[in-house]
Design a protein around this ligand. Structure first.
Ligand SMILES: [Zn+2]
Length: 239
């Protein structure tokens, strides 16, 4: 997403910014939390508290996404690969890593670092949850952050490129075959298979009456398919 970004500053020398599409997902997530998640969990709050907690939770969710991307970035920097930027956008976040990994091991560690950060955050929020049992907003906040970080880790481990799991798979095939390009082609084609699966589930959900959720899943599938296709075209061009 190379459109104009809204700069937020630098972390570890990496420019961090927001894609304009981020505001849409931030608003949707805040709305979902304020109107559905928190009212279902706690019935006696004021409207202002629901909206405040919705916005705060959405912000902390994106802080979690940022930490996930920093996980990838720190590992890339360790291998002296430049990280051009980190951008938060409608599908979460992306760390733009400016070069290929020098080895299958480096590729594996850069790919796995993000989901490991998300798992660690899920565990931390899960452990903190009972500490705040008597403070309803904090209890609800930590419960949601534990759940969403676990979901983030598991979703990203789906073994299809461009998801982190696809990069892990690529690293493993690369290590076994010694052929980085072949590994990329395999991971990208499996990625296209998962993208097709997401689009199919999305269409099925839309037909079953879940318009919002179905559109969202299909949209993610379409986005993943484009990224996998771009990677395959890149390899074809190099050949
Ligand atoms: Zn990741």
């Amino acid at each position: 997403m190379a459109r104009q970004r809204i700069p937020l500053g630098r972390i570890l020398g990496i420019p961090v910014g927001l894609d304009p599409s981020w505001f849409l997902i931030f608003a949707l997530l805040t709305w979902m939390l304020a109107r559905s998640y928190y009212p279902d969990e706690f019935q006696n709050w004021s409207a202002a508290l629901y909206w405040f907690m919705g916005a705060l939770t959405a912000l902390l969710f994106f802080a979690s996404v940022l930490l996930h991307e920093l996980g990838h970035s720190v590992m890339a920097l360790y291998y002296h690969i430049r990280v051009r930027s980190i951008t938060l956008h409608i599908f979460g976040g992306i760390a733009e890593i400016g070069g290929e990994s020098p080895s299958a091991m480096a590729e594996f560690l850069i790919a796995i670092a993000g989901p490991l950060v998300s798992f660690a955050l899920a565990v931390i929020f899960y452990v903190l949850q009972p500490v705040f049992f008597t403070v309803q907003p904090l209890f609800g906040l930590f419960k949601y952050l534990a759940y969403i970080n676990l979901t983030l880790a598991l979703f990203n481990l789906v073994p299809g490129y461009p998801l982190d799991g696809g990069r892990v798979l690529r690293a493993v095939v690369w290590a076994v075959s010694g052929d980085m390009k072949r590994a990329t082609i395999i991971a990208a084609n499996i990625g296209r298979g998962f993208a097709f699966l997401f689009i199919s589930i999305g269409v099925w959900q839309i037909l079953s009456g879940n318009l919002g959720g179905g559109l969202w899943i299909a949209f993610i599938g379409w986005f993943l398919d484009n990224a996998a296709k771009a990677q395959l075209q890149h390899i074809a061009m190099e050949r």
